[in-house]
Design a binder for this molecule. Sequence first.
Ligand code: NAD
Ligand code: UDP
Length: 334
Amino acid sequence: MKVVITGGGGFLGSHLCEALLRRGDTVWCLDNFCTGEPHNVAHLRANPRFRLVHGDVTTAFDIPGPVHAVAHLASPASPPDYHRLPLETLSVGSRGTENALRLALRHGARFVLASTSEVYGDPETHPQPEDYWGNVNPVGPRSVYDEAKRYAEALSMAYRRSLGVDVGVIRIFNTYGPRMRPYDGRVVSTFIRQALAGGPLSVYGNGSQTRSFCYVDDLVRGITAMIDHRDLSGPVNLGNPAEHTILELAELVLRITGSRSRIENLPLPVDDPTRRRPVITRAREQLGWEPHVPVEEGLRHTAAWFTARFRPQPEPEPHPLRDPHPARPHPVEA
Ligand code: NAD
Ligand code: UDP
């Protein structure tokens, strides 16, 4: 099978490239490296079944056929990244998704959209099943990501209904593992980096907000199952239902790394979701998928990977998503 992976030079994309090459597929990786890194896939370049295309998915592109599947992962994903690249994030979710869909349409390929648990926003339903429609602030600083993904889902489903593209949507919950950028601002990479450097762990708010953390190998098995499951439209949640408060995560990272760092409480970012846990009944029943790696084991692998490679640099300013220009209601509406 020949698979095109947009965003294949990123954290998840590079693991997906590896997994597909390992089972004998041909992989074309398309990336502009706005948040990914060429060294994530450097070790794959000697493989004759691997091609790296340095390009922007928001510009119309073609890949010589045949193409059997398109996995559309291109998008900034960490809050500081999409805060830094707001227009690019909206553009890759809209124009980029349409270009990737057109590629699938031209080649009669399976199309898998990497959507996100962020489509549920700050959920009023807990845990989150796929038929929950979400609670997203459409004008807040996170909206550039959340709404781009919601639009990408709508566009993908329209291509399925109107043009017959074999679309499948996965909603990925927080995933971690080797190849996260130490300074990407996501909570797992940040806490491990801070613990290894001996600096304080930046817990936003009082740390009572929850997330459910999935190890990358589990997640990649789920994406692969969705690529292979022709005609399954989803959406399907992919994530680990084991839910932890952020304070618990900080304490776990301290224990695993043996760090004597202290915990420092910083302001909670705007619109930070208070809790998040996937219902994965659909993934279990329709994909035969569930995660296997307990969070403690996954964090140990991740911390070991960071220990071997991470060289501390001066700590950046903490980057909670603050809204520099909050949208104010019109005076008449206020
Ligand atoms: P990442 O930032 O490491 O990877 C994204 C990749 O997309 C990067 O290599 C980046 O350079 C590339 N990219 C961005 N815009 C592009 C463009 N216009 N053209 C070409 N390439 C472009 O992030 P990730 O964690 O690997 O996320 C991959 C996908 O999975 C994203 O779509 C993200 O929204 C989704 N996702 C990830 C998580 C998670 O926890 N990691 C959770 C939910 C959804
Ligand atoms: N978080 C934190 N300290 C950090 C980075 C993040 O306490 O240095 C919190 C953040 O406020 C959120 C959770 O950890 O409640 C997960 O944040 P992340 O950016 O990893 O993912 P997302 O918010 O997109 O789920």
